[in-house]
Ligand binder design. Structure first.
Ligand SMILES: [Zn+2]
Length: 682
């Protein structure tokens, strides 16, 4: 499947309907159903063949049709969509199936604490379902029959199989498989590693089976294929798993667990690959299953327009009421946004992301837990996005030559092979920004042009930094706190900032004031930031500190460092940090997407959006090399005045809010010659 084949306006129509509910589907009217979808500009829909309760919504010969459904609801939905040219993806679920969990308790996962099926017997919290082991061979055979039955009866365009996520299962099947691989079921890390392997094996075998039914079926497994991957172990990597996916849905409902940083992290990792991408959010105020709530229109608009600005389609999650009737106000809201997307599609399809910085994914950054690496990765997103730099997360397997700068964030450990690759990258003109313990091993730097001696971790939990007043002339000249101290290094280079130690380490019986011990009056010789031949080294985990404390001085420090390292950035602008910019190219030129929305933490646990932000009298300069033929606002193609000098096209922004898109049309010849950022030969 090509990236440009994926419909951009999708609905995921949840229908997890308890067998205790009566009158299921009684309000369904095929004509009303399709009219509602069509008015909302829907081009694709995920429809429920079977739900987490294990109920089927068609007359099945394999499992249990919902006892209170008296007709083939799924079949009628599919028929109506097909007749109206709406793509149909059949939804089914793997590990969550209450019906079969009850009938086959021996298929449930077994965890080391003895709990079967992950869910404790009297657990009634949200999102808790009994978990069947996807590795169970008997269950896999049933699932194959189910895929075949759905395919034979309805010929959907594809399948969306939910919940293939390991739970460190040590059931007899998993234990035997682990031992066959030389793994020890008693070791938690081995069970966790086997999760990755067994998820990949499941996806591979079911993908091959589904493709054997019809090669054209589009297949997606909800098995975290967007997980960041450090590239160190290919067999257990998300990259290996993604071979068995035709498209990637980045499930990312921003309320509660995912937050607004989840999607941009995943999309800035996956955007450089060819797989079609889709952002899945929801119409819910909170998350799945939140009946009786409607996402604020501005939040929904931001999430959808941010997705398409990043080259991803949109799949809005909804939950069909048990009676089977769509809520019209929900589709009116979705339709207003899908209409905006449809109008802009000529500028959304057939585009490619532009990026100038590669960010090496530190080890284990893709794990679910809130690891230090995950926080560093989020910090990178925040700082680079707020400073309007364009970047990709890369792993050790990705090519580096297209980037003018490589960032090794906070704790990027390097194998000798990766260090050699980075050395070659620098020899060919690349620059590097190294922070924290990245690239330090055995008392020295692994990068030859970043000559440093490493003396271990700081003796203090926290320390201060005194910045060079010439380079950091916009930052107030006080000794700034580092809420987490970094590494002690020495090196031959220009010291751009020095470490200032506190008077002493705070302990229970020796402390000063409420919080950290104040700085000594004089700075020592230890560098906090040092400029070397290959780039700049920052001795503290600045990205993680920013994601944890949002002290803007950390961002301002990197702003000055990045200005030193990237002389010709893709974008120069006086737009504020709140404005999000993405830049893509197509065969006519460049498309600049600008988002101005206010993300607010109004509730303790949840971010939301209800206001657009207005920018006035600003300008944005895009490196286009040659002068463009014209600059237009999309989709109406109203011409926008521009200037061009020094390779940059400057667009004046008088007054804009919410989403704004600009097409910068360059004639074909010169455009194709634009090699930006700096092209390197490795
Ligand atoms: Zn198992």
């Amino acid at each position: 499947m090509n990236r440009n084949d994926l419909p951009y306006r999708q609905i995921h129509l949840d229908f997890h309907t308890s067998p205790y509910i009566e009158g299921v589907g009684e309000g369904f009217d095929s004509r009303e159903f399709i009219d509602t979808l069509k008015k909302a500009h829907v081009s694709s829909i995920n429809l429920f063949a079977k739900c987490h309760h294990g109920m089927y919504y068609y007359p099945t010969k394999i499992g249990t049709m919902h006892p209170n459904l008296k007709f083939d609801l799924f079949g009628e939905q599919v028929k109506a969509c097909k007749e109206n040219n709406i793509r149909v993806i059949a939804y089914t679920c793997v590990s969550w199936n209450e019906d079969w969990a009850g009938r086959h308790p021996e298929w449930l996962t077994l965890c080391a604490d003895g709990v079967r099926g992950v869910k404790k017997p009297f657990e009634d919290s949200f999102y808790s379902w009994r978990h069947i082991c996807h590795n169970n061979r008997e269950y896999q055979a049933v699932l194959r029959k189910e895929f075949k039955e759905i395919f034979d009866l309805y010929h959907p365009d594809g399948f969306w199989a939910d919940i293939i996520q390991g739970k460190k299962c040590i059931c007899s099947t998993c234990s035997a498989d682990m031992k066959a691989m030389g793994l020890d079921p008693e070791r938690e890390e081995d069970a966790e590693y086997f999760d990755r392997i067994s998820e990949m094996r499941f996806c591979k075998s079911m993908y091959q089976y589904i493709k054997s039914l019809d090669e054209d079926l589009e297949v997606y497994f909800n098995s975290l294929p967007y997980r960041l991957d450090d590239g160190e172990d290919r067999e257990a990597s998300s990259a290996e798993k993604r071979k068995y996916f035709d498209f990637i849905d980045i499930e990312s409902l921003p309320s509660e667990q995912w937050g607004y940083t989840h999607f941009p992290v995943a999309v800035n990792y996956l955007n450089k690959y060819d797989k079609p991408l889709c952002m899945m959010n929801g119409k819910f105020h909170t998350s799945w299953g939140d009946f009786g709530s409607l996402r604020h229109k501005t939040a929904l608009e931001y999430e959808c327009m941010r997705a398409v600005s990043n080259g991803a389609g949109v799949c809005v999650g909804d939950q069909l009421h048990p009676v089977g009737r769509l809520d019209k106000p929900v589709y009116q809201r979705i339709g207003e946004i899908f209409g905006q997307i449809e109008a802009r599609e000529p500028w959304l399809y057939n585009t490619e992301k532009i990026s100038e910085i590669g960010v090496l994914i530190p080890l284990k950054a893709g794990h679910d837990e809130d690891t230090v690496s995950v926080r560093s990765i989020e910090g990178v997103y925040r700082i680079l996005s707020e400073l309007h730099y364009l970047f990709d997360y890369v792993n050790v397997e990705d090519p580096l030559e297209k980037y003018s700068l490589l960032i090794l964030p906070d704790q990027a450990e390097l194998s000798d092979e990766t260090a050699m690759k980075i050395n070659r990258y620098i020899e060919n003109g690349g620059k590097i920004l190294m922070t924290g313990s990245s690239g330090l091993k055995d008392g020295r730097s692994q990068i030859s042009s970043m000559e440093l001696v490493h003396h271990g971790k700081s003796d203090y939990t926290m320390q201060y930094i005194r910045l060079d007043e010439n380079l950091f002339d916009d930052i107030p000249q006080i000794d700034h706190i580092l809420y987490e101290a970094g590494e002690r290094v020495t090196g031959k280079g220009d010291i751009l900032a020095r470490i200032v130690e506190p008077y002493f380490e705070r302990t229970y019986d020796r402390f000063c004031s409420h919080r950290q011990t104040p700085p000594k009056p004089t700075a020592g010789d230890e560098p906090g930031i040092i400029r070397l031949k290959g780039g700049i080294y920052v001795s503290f985990p600045v990205f993680r500190l920013y994601s944890e404390y949002a002290y803007t001085v950390y961002r301002d420090i990197l702003k000055d460092c990045l200005r030193e390292l990237i002389k010709t950035p893709c974008i120069k602008t006086d737009l504020p940090a709140i404005t999000e910019l993405t830049l893509r190219k197509n065969d006519k030129g460049f498309i600049l997407h600008m988002l101005n929305y206010v993300i607010e933490r109004k509730a303790k646990q949840m971010d939301t959006i209800e206001e657009r932000f207005t920018v006035c009298d600003r300008s944005v300069k895009i490196y286009t090399e040659k002068s463009p033929l014209r600059v237009v606002k999309i989709p109406r193609e109203t011409e926008v005045p521009f200037d061009h000098f020094g390779g940059y096209t400057e667009i004046k922004i008088e007054k804009e809010d919410g989403y704004t898109g600009y097409a910068i049309e360059v004639d074909r010849g010169p455009y194709l010659q634009v090699t930006y950022p700096k092209k390197l030969e490795l």
